[in-house]
Design a protein around this ligand. Structure first.
Ligand code: SF4
Ligand code: SF4
Length: 514
């Protein structure tokens, strides 16, 4: 069995012992369920219910807003209370459907379950995944049906299950692999059914020997699936790093995994593929790790999407001590939260509550040229130099020095003895550069005068994402491929992401581990 890795990386305290041995517990929501219409990359979903409507568990309440988009389903039965902007983990206000839970959990009929893929055509597999609203649940939220529809499917040689879970504290994938490994294997078989020349790899960090053993046993008679034990190192689960570790193939920001013959999906996404294809069930649940030293009873919950974060803290026994820092997602790449009154979404992997905010307590000092940030960088960059260019807004130098190749993993900041916020300034500079590239690539406004209403209609149409012909220069694609991976739709216009191009957006997927 290969034991593979990548160059660079770090070994932070993993904190996984807090929750790794706690079985997954189901949470029944008590309050209203909030479904943001943008919880995926691409066009926001469009509501197909109205205030006052009665809905059932598993009923579609918003349809996909375009090809690069995903529908949203009610996760409880109840009444639509409102459709209005609500705060999400990024701090943005996002248009959302709010459902009052009637506590009956009445369900729709999902249709016939199947035990085998025999007789199921490829296009039906894709249709089921699309219809179920499956998106990358590792944090990126890229619609899975788009990822599974590359231009040249015969050139896909590897379907990689990202089972690394390299972010500290996260144990949801670990529990899923221990408790429901069959679903992961069946989901992988559904993926492989789409790619005749591909081999399936279950890529697991070697700090999870029980998962490696269990999945190896389960796949012993599966000729197309193999388990790889990867060296435990952050960010092993980042897309480029896991592809390199598993195949020896390197991709950069101007390439998609499919360009290297690879498709990568994380554990929860592959289980959602299983549910969509075999059970015809839409994406309604996900596993969320609630942990950190401020939590009384850290554990993993299976959560109905839309459940409020505050309820998860309550389920975990509340706070031991008032937290100084609360993070949605992993500590390296997650979002620091303003408050707990936000809903879980398809991409919410964890809620971390810490009694200390070590980052804000840091006092940065001058660089001592120790070179540790260079050794740690998995993209083989020189973070100290890039951070100087970023601080001085020297864009040309930043780009020339490959600043756009940063995967925003945070390893450089983590190792810096001078406590310099390297990753943060590099990330800000990248965002600025990406925005400029987007503006340059945008078509010029049309000159002809149009009545105001007609103009608005066109604007709306342009907001509907479609797979676009790939006509951009390489450097533009490079920049766009590395854009922020989080769903960013917002009603206040801060980060509206209504019209991504398929290829560019696909490159964002699985940047995160989770
Ligand atoms: S954040 Fe960027 S520059 Fe820093 S280590 Fe990660 S990839 Fe390198
Ligand atoms: S790790 Fe920090 S102190 Fe060391 S070279 Fe990099 S920026 Fe300078």
């Amino acid at each position: 069995m290969p034991k593979l890795t990548f160059v660079g990386g770090i070994h932070p305290y993993d904190g996984k012992d807090l929750s790794k041995d706690k079985p997954i517990k189901a949470v029944l929501p008590k309050g209203d369920l909030v479904y943001p219409l943008s919880q995926h990359i691409g066009a926001p979903a469009k509501p197909i219910v109205a205030k006052g409507d009665h809905v059932l568990t598993g009923q579609k309440i918003a349809e996909a807003g375009g090809f690069v988009s995903a529908p949203i389903y009610a996760t409880v039965s109840g009444t639509v209370k409102a459709i209005e902007p609500r705060r999400v983990v990024t701090g943005d206000m996002v248009n959302s459907i709010i459902v009052t839970n009637d506590g009956n959990y009445e369900e729709v009929d999902y249709g016939k379950k199947i035990d085998t893929l025999e007789g199921l055509e490829k296009k039906e597999i894709i249709r089921r995944i699309q219809e179920a609203g499956v998106v990358g649940m590792g944090g990126a939220g890229f619609p899975t049906h788009v990822k599974l529809s590359p231009k040249e499917p015969d050139k896909i040689e590897y379907c990689i299950a990202n089972c690394a879970e390299c972010e500290p504290y996260l144990t949801s994938d670990y529990r899923r692999m221990i408790e429901e490994p069959e679903k992961l294997v069946l989901g992988m078989k559904a993926m492989l059914a789409l790619f005749d020349n591909a081999k399936g790899i279950l890529a697991i960090e070697d700090n999870k020997p029980d998962c490696i053993e269990k999945l190896s046993q389960l796949t012993a008679s599966e000729p197309r699936i193999e388990v790889y034990a990867l060296k435990t190192k952050y960010p092993q689960g980042a897309e480029r790093q896991i592809i390199y570790a598993c195949t020896g193939r390197a991709i950069n920001s101007s390439m998609l995994p499919a360009d290297a013959g690879c498709i990568v999906d994380n554990v929860d996404t592959i289980v959602a593929i299983y549910q969509a294809v075999y059970e015809q069930k839409p994406l309604m649940h996900r596993i969320v790790t609630v942990t950190g030293d401020a939590i009384n009873d850290p554990r993993n919950f299976i959560v109905r999407i839309g459940t409020n974060y505050a309820e998860l803290v309550e389920e975990a026994g509340g706070f031991k001590e008032q937290p100084a820092k609360v993070v949605s997602g992993g500590p390296m790449m997650g979002f620091a939260l303003f408050g707990l009154d936000v809903p879980t979404t398809k991409t919410a992997s964890a809620l971390l509550c810490f009694t200390k905010d070590e980052v804000s307590a840091m006092e940065p000092s001058a660089c001592i040229n120790c070179g540790r940030c260079i050794d740690a960088c998995p993209s083989r960059l020189v973070p100290r130099r890039l951070s100087v260019y970023a601080e001085k807004f020297q864009e040309e130098k930043f780009v020339k020095e490959n600043g756009m190749e940063c995967v925003e993993c945070g390893s450089c900041s983590f190792v810096c003895p001078a406590k310099r916020q390297l990753a943060q300034v590099i990330k800000s500079m990248r965002k600025l550069q990406l925005a400029k590239n987007r503006a340059k690539a945008a078509p010029p406004p049309k000159k002809e005068d149009k009545p105001a209403e007609a103009g608005k209609a066109e604007e709306k149409k342009a907001g509907e994402a479609k797979p676009a012909p790939d006509t951009k220069p390489a450097e533009t694609k490079a920049a766009e491929n590395k854009e922020n991976t989080k769903p960013t739709g917002s009603v206040d216009g801060k980060a509206q992401d209504a019209a991504p191009e398929t290829k560019a957006e696909q490159g964002k997927e699985e940047k995160k581990d989770e």
